[in-house]
Write a protein of this length. Structure first.
Length: 460
């Protein structure tokens, strides 16, 4: 299947140029808009609108109906025929899909005589695709919710996930949107000092309690299934499966526990890359060289060895990330986070952790991240001093490597007099943070009506 998008013409564009010739420079923008308009119209016709299209996961793949029938649905526009096979019965042709409009295929399997679903929980499944070239190929549903592989195999299997007693979601309500986000980027697999791929359970019990003292949001990386672990999740094979670190229910539990701690959870979504794998990926799902992607060469990312879709500062972190691969003898040494360093009193990490914790708690109280832009009153290159105020908080930073200052005048806008005195709220020189404790936190700072550095008042 070839892409014809580059040859799309804009209707009556020449007539438009007669009215305003300067629009010629924006021809590509008009072309893109026209393609967008056509795509929206197509989605309205085929899916009932953009909103319905974004909820395709509710109807595609496999869905259990109220009467315990199982409804299967796939999009394979170039296929000649589709069949479902698996451990429930390996007859390759006993469960044919029916061809529908817009490249869709559907299949409904009634329940067993005892009214239980025809396909049991944890059953392996495959989609059998008959291509236009007469080939028979076996594929994993792009909507699979759980995929696993045998210990000595490199190919993933689609495993039907429908536990008889699923995890009860939303035991804890989703936290309210914070005024200011403090996001911790996390990778579940390297969330352990041990040389292995860590699990959702490990993250739930050992990592979340540490994060909650510092951040109100986590962004989880590399959650969607990727056959090649060393790709850091950028060569995705199953976009709706999150199985490498545990089961879907264990992921739900982890998110639920995070919510109980007041932590918002974001899942990193990789839309720009997908694996070139065919047997356990989206590539050539219907036997064509395109399907979900642009046809080659446009649909190939040579640097990442992946396919391209047709869209119309931390402690305990290794020096760099290097996931287990053949080139490093499958080593986990640079693919693990040593959170255990926080528990070692003879190291500085516990002091850095304490400062980060109190800094975030102070921000939570004053909310400077969500406040109006700061006014920078001093940027002294020689002294390496920066002074600014934001959210009614005065920030004074001394970045000089070997010089401290006494009676250093700084500009402030609001006058400091009783009862509105300037007080130290956070001090990196405190002993608990590894500092020398040279500042008296009981000091009241009064201002003088002496303008300085663009501010109406100043103080020492």
């Amino acid at each position: 299947m070839e892409d014809h998008e580059d040859n799309v013409s804009i209707p009556e564009f020449n007539n438009l140029l007669q009215t305003d010739p300067n629009l010629k420079n924006y021809e590509n923008d008009f072309r893109r808009y026209d393609m967008l308009r056509k795509q929206v119209l197509l989605l309205e016709e085929a899916e009932g609108g953009v909103d319905q299209f974004t909820r395709s996961y509710r109807s595609f793949g496999v869905q259990r109906l109220p009467d315990n029938s199982l409804f299967f649905k796939e999009w394979a526009p170039a296929a000649e025929a589709l069949f479902l096979t698996g451990e429930f019965g390996w007859d390759k042709f006993s469960c044919p899909y029916s061809k529908k409009e817009f490249g869709k295929w559907e299949l409904t399997i009634p329940p067993k005589p005892d009214n239980s679903p025809a396909v049991d929980h944890h059953t392996k499944l495959k989609v059998v695709v008959h291509t236009k070239d007469g080939d028979r190929i076996y594929r994993i549903s792009p909507w699979a919710k759980y995929v696993t592989r045998e210990e000595k195999s490199v190919i993933y299997d689609w495993v039907h996930w429908d536990p008889p007693q699923p995890y009860v979601q939303h035991i804890h309500p989703r936290p309210k949107k914070p005024k200011s986000l403090r996001i911790y980027e996390a990778h579940v697999g390297i969330g352990s000092p041990e040389p292995k791929i860590a699990s959702y359970k490990n993250f739930t019990h050992n990592v979340l309690p540490r994060i909650k003292d510092l951040y109100n949001c986590i962004q989880l990386m590399a959650i969607m299934e990727h056959a090649y672990y060393a790709s850091f999740g950028y060569q995705i094979t199953s976009f709706f499966a999150a199985s490498r670190y545990g089961t879907p229910d264990e992921l739900k539990e982890m998110v639920d526990v995070a919510h109980s701690m007041g932590i918002v959870v974001l899942l990193d979504v990789v839309h720009s890359h997908a694996s070139k794998n065919t047997e356990d990926g989206l590539n050539a799902f219907d036997g064509s060289d395109s399907c979900f992607f642009h046809s080659p060469p446009r649909g190939e990312h040579t640097l990442w060895d992946s396919r391209l879709f047709n869209y119309a500062n931390e402690f305990g972190h290794p020096e760099w990330l290097d996931f287990p691969r053949e080139g490093n003898n499958q080593s986990y040494h640079y693919a693990r986070r040593q959170f255990n360093l926080l528990d070692m009193d003879h190291l500085r990490y516990c002091q850095l952790y304490a400062f980060d914790r109190d800094m975030n708690r102070t921000e939570d109280k004053y909310g400077w991240l969500a406040a109006q832009p700061a006014y920078v009153s001093a940027k002294h290159e020689g002294d390496k001093v920066i002074v600014f105020d934001r959210a009614n908080v005065l920030f004074i930073f001394n970045f000089h490597p070997n010089k401290s200052f006494q009676d250093y005048r700084v500009g402030v806008e609001a006058p400091g007099k009783y009862p509105f005195l300037y007080k130290i709220k956070l001090d990196s020189d405190e002993v608990q943070y590894g500092g020398h404790g040279r500042l008296d936190h009981n000091t009241d700072f009064f201002t003088e009506p002496q303008p300085f550095n663009g501010r109406s008042n100043s103080m020492l």
